[in-house]
Ligand binder design. Structure first.
Ligand code: SF4
Length: 437
């Protein structure tokens, strides 16, 4: 019996990467093996993102390209997963006749039944139920071996930030039982993984009875064999001193927080329904920097949100100057139909959005470079993740402050934490050497 093969392409966030590992695990139970060559596949899946128009256009483009394999092999099945499938699954099936099914983030358990029906009567289907309970707790993700693994500790979001489509596509927040998360991490350690990243749209609101997020990550940090623990994403309105103290108390919890500020203007933060002020945000950074030496911060910022004036934008420039982030992911506002912000009057032109994006990136890039240059001459503990993409004689790894370091490759280093002397910094990358060599 020929081994059935599934080829999967994943777009968007780490949560989608985790979901693809869940889906291929469910399919492994149906006899499917993962292939990295679409031409070999019996089933092609595209796991999609809806955070911006561009992400959807890209996935739709890929679907068209992948259809070439179906023209060559008419028995091939093609499915769309993820947020775009949840948002516009019916439209995709109407417009793309070669797509056999669309399945949303809460419906991956239906994959076997969908494939059975396709085999029986070639029925094209949509499965887009949103639940308030699904956390796939009995499904162990199908991961490729490596040093780092993502672990979703919860699903959904209750925050309804005005620009964000996620709560409408992934439903309400629900947390996995703490024991279930810990079982998965112990298994990861047995499989040789050294670093885990705990995932959620807003991990700070995780709870399982009286186990809150600081308690959960403290327990995860004590799992044998796990050298590093990271987490994302944190919402500033829920970031607690208890979590900051847990980071300070546990050596394996990395000294890095990704804390999305989105804007430096209180007027815009209110319109975005973010529920904190710039003052509160800056006070969190100050508190954490007092409690955790050398802690690093990265963030997300949106420029050109409806009603953002030059004055509001300067508040954002000023906040970025004060915050001194180690890095920032900056985006032009992009209306998503169905969100509260999509109903707001857009006043910022595309030219102005682009000018603000360029100005803010220039400021942040100079801050990032200065902060990285301050590390030259310092020793850093780096978890070696593998060969550098650019050179076979160099390894790549991260500091616990989540900075990428490139340094000479030595055999046996992958998966270990090694001491590296920082010798240079370029853009967002550090360059290291082994002391005395
Ligand atoms: S916290 Fe806000 S931005 Fe993040 S997923 Fe939830 S609604 Fe979206």
């Amino acid at each position: 019996m020929k081994q059935k093969k599934v080829y999967i392409e994943t777009y968007g966030c780490q949560m989608n990467k985790y979901d693809s590992e869940l889906a291929t695990s469910i399919l492994a139970g149906e006899g499917y093996q993962v292939t990295h060559h679409p031409g070999e596949a019996d089933l092609i899946l595209v796991n999609t993102c809806s955070v911006r128009d561009h992400a959807e256009m890209r996935a739709l483009g890929r679907l068209g390209a992948l259809n070439a394999h179906k023209l060559a092999n008419p028995r091939l099945k093609i499915g769309v997963m993820g947020c775009m499938a949840q948002r516009i699954g019916e439209q995709i099936l109407k417009e793309k006749r070669f797509v056999d099914f669309a399945i949303g983030p809460d419906s991956y358990r239906s994959l076997p039944a969908i494939l059975d029906r396709l085999k029986e009567d070639n029925a094209r289907q949509i499965c887009a139920d949103i639940t308030d309970f699904e956390v796939y707790l009995d499904i162990y993700p199908n991961r490729e071996s490596g040093v780092s693994a993502w672990v979703a500790i919860m699903r959904g979001c209750n925050n309804f930030c005005a620009y964000c489509i996620v709560p409408y596509l992934r439903g309400r927040e629900r947390s996995r039982p703490a024991d279930n998360v810990l079982d998965e991490i112990r298994q990861l350690s047995r499989e040789g993984f050294k670093e885990v990243s705990l995932l959620g749209q807003n991990v700070n609101s995780y709870h399982d009875g009286d186990v809150d997020f600081p308690e959960l990550i403290s327990r995860v940090s004590q799992v044998d064999g796990i050298l590093r623990v990271r987490f994302a994403s944190s919402h500033p309105k829920d970031l607690s001193e208890k979590l900051i103290r847990a980071i300070a108390a546990h050596r394996t919890i990395c000294n890095h927080i990704h804390l999305a500020v989105q804007s430096g203007s209180n007027k815009i933060l209110k319109l975005m329904n973010r529920n904190y002020t710039r003052e509160h945000f800056l006070s969190l950074l100050e508190k954490a920097r007092n409690l955790v030496e050398g802690i690093s911060f990265t963030t997300d910022i949106i420029v050109g949100f409806p009603e953002e004036t030059e004055h509001d934008f300067h508040d954002t420039l000023d906040l970025v100057q004060q915050a001194q982030f180690d890095n920032a992911f900056i985006f032009k506002y992009n209306p998503r139909s169905g969100t509260a912000a999509a109903e707001m009057q857009e006043a910022v032109t595309e030219e102005e959005k682009l000018a603000r994006l360029i100005e803010l990136n220039e400021l942040q890039n100079s801050i990032t470079l200065n902060r990285n240059r301050e590390l030259i001459g310092c020793k850093a503990e780096v978890l070696v993740e593998g060969r550098s993409k650019k050179s076979a004689t160099e390894n790549m790894g991260r500091t616990d402050t989540n900075k990428i370091v490139i340094f000479p490759a030595r055999s046996g280093d992958i998966g270990k934490i090694v001491g590296v002397q920082i010798a240079g910094a370029e853009g967002h990358t550090l360059f290291g050497e082994f002391p005395g060599i």
